[in-house]
Ligand binder design. Structure first.
Ligand SMILES: Cc1ncc(COP(=O)(O)O)c(C=O)c1O
Length: 404
């Protein structure tokens, strides 16, 4: 069994008071809190090992380079990637998707088609729209049902000879729906179409096996898995990454430069122009090691129990609607109470020490699909507890009464 008290003690921020109340942090889909081992690692790296990587012949630089490259290997092992050379460090999911959208679109012909879905975060919509505008591509969208499931029957109908890539989220940041990304990938591959999976909301709550999913690209952010902001990951199959032209130009991504002709570095450096965040990459490794020291199966089960418990409690509140009740669902619940604005409810709950998210959650088409301008969202991490849900429910009832 996971020891909840030990886990909570690893996250110093959780013992804070907000407006004199115990903090209840239910905004984990936006960003997760950081365990003390990650915080200490960052401090230790800046205190003892800070030097730019890959370029220095001095001890500190070589030490920092080795740590950064070891972190890449840890990331590869964490998601069971075939090779660490297929792991590109980025600033986050958003940059990973922009990289693929731009580089992939350059390989397309005018009129080629991209398939997205209704549940996508803006980063997996707008990146493709920008690429589509630049290269004359067309975007098609997989519809969903009112439970929040992708309509796989409709998905299959979207493919034509011009379809070149499918880009979908592993887990919805609004509905919590866990998509069957293995099946989605299989269907696309049957049509010789590439697949990008946005794993931002999955990586801390699922065991990711990239070889089993078999997607061509997988993107995630460090800050959603207990690591710092400013570091993200793009896994890409070597066959695609070799084919792509570089995304950005600068130091490190080159083999040789002259004003007449520049040649590019090998993978993964070809896609890592400029000084990377070599402190955050190593802190990401610390976060992944921390996760690996726990039992992932137990984390998944624990978070599922929390989801079921909170769902049952919420459904007892009059006039409350939960958006998305897919069978396969992660610890994310979006809801509204009729007659109460989500912003007002979130603001008042904050005064009770509960941090929730309100608004369109960077998924405006999805929120509008449910006829809403915004929603309240609670999202769990492994350090949340049933007791916190109970306190939240009491506070929610009181706030709703004040506002109605
Ligand atoms: C599903 C999904 N995709 C992409 C992103 C973007 O992540 P980042 O802002 O870390 O790049 C988020 C962030 O909330 C997300 O939930």
């Amino acid at each position: 069994m996971l020891n909840r008290q030990n886990i909570r003690a690893d996250f110093p921020i959780l013992s804070q008071k907000i407006f004199g109340k115990d903090l209840i942090y239910f905004d984990n889909a936006a960003t997760t809190q950081k365990p003390i081992c990650v915080i200490n690692r960052i401090s230790e790296l800046y205190s003892t090992q800070n030097a730019n990587i890959h370029r220095g012949i001095h001890f500190l630089s070589q030490q920092a380079t080795a740590a950064h490259e070891q972190a890449r290997k840890t990331v590869a092992a964490f998601i069971n990637a075939p090779s660490h050379e297929e792991i590109i460090f980025t600033r986050g999911t958003t940059e990973s998707i922009n990289l693929v959208a731009e580089c992939f679109a350059r390989t397309c012909q005018k009129g080629d088609e991209i398939i997205l879905s209704t549940i996508e975060h803006h980063s997996n919509i707008v990146s493709w729209q920008l690429a589509a505008q630049r290269y004359g591509l067309k975007i098609k969208v997989i519809p969903i049902d009112f439970e929040g499931n992708l309509r796989i029957d409709e998905y299959e109908k979207l493919f034509t000879e011009k379809t070149k890539i499918v880009a979908v989220a592993h887990v919805s940041n609004v509905l919590g729906t866990i998509n069957d990304v293995k099946k989605i990938t299989q269907i696309a591959h049957n049509h010789n179409v590439a697949v990008l999976i946005d794993g931002a909301q999955a990586v801390a709550h699922q065991k990711i096996d990239i070889q089993e999913i078999n997607a061509d690209f997988y993107a995630f952010s460090g800050h959603k898995i207990y690591a710092p902001t400013g570091i993200g990951v793009l896994y890409g199959k070597r066959c695609w990454l070799d084919k792509f032209e570089p995304y950005q130009g600068g130091g490190e991504m080159i083999e040789s430069v002259s004003f007449e002709r520049t040649t590019y570095n090998v993978l993964p450096y070809k896609f890592e122009a400029g000084t990377p965040d070599f402190i955050s990459s190593v802190a990401l490794e610390t976060a992944l090691n921390y996760m690996q020291s726990l039992d992932f199966k137990q984390i998944i089960e624990y978070e599922k129990n929390l989801l079921d418990y909170a769902t049952q409690q919420l459904l007892q509140i009059p006039n409350l609607t939960i958006y998305g009740q897919a069978k396969e669902k992660c610890g994310v619940i979006s809801f509204n109470i009729t007659g109460i604005h989500h912003f007002d409810l979130g603001t008042l709950l904050d005064k009770t020490g509960v941090a929730i998210r309100t608004g369109h959650h960077c998924a405006q088409p999805l929120v509008e699909f449910f006829g809403q301008s915004g929603m309240c969202r609670i999202s769990f991490a492994m350090y949340n507890t049933k007791e916190e849900v109970d306190v939240f429910m009491g506070n929610l009832r009181r706030c709703a009464k004040i506002l109605s």
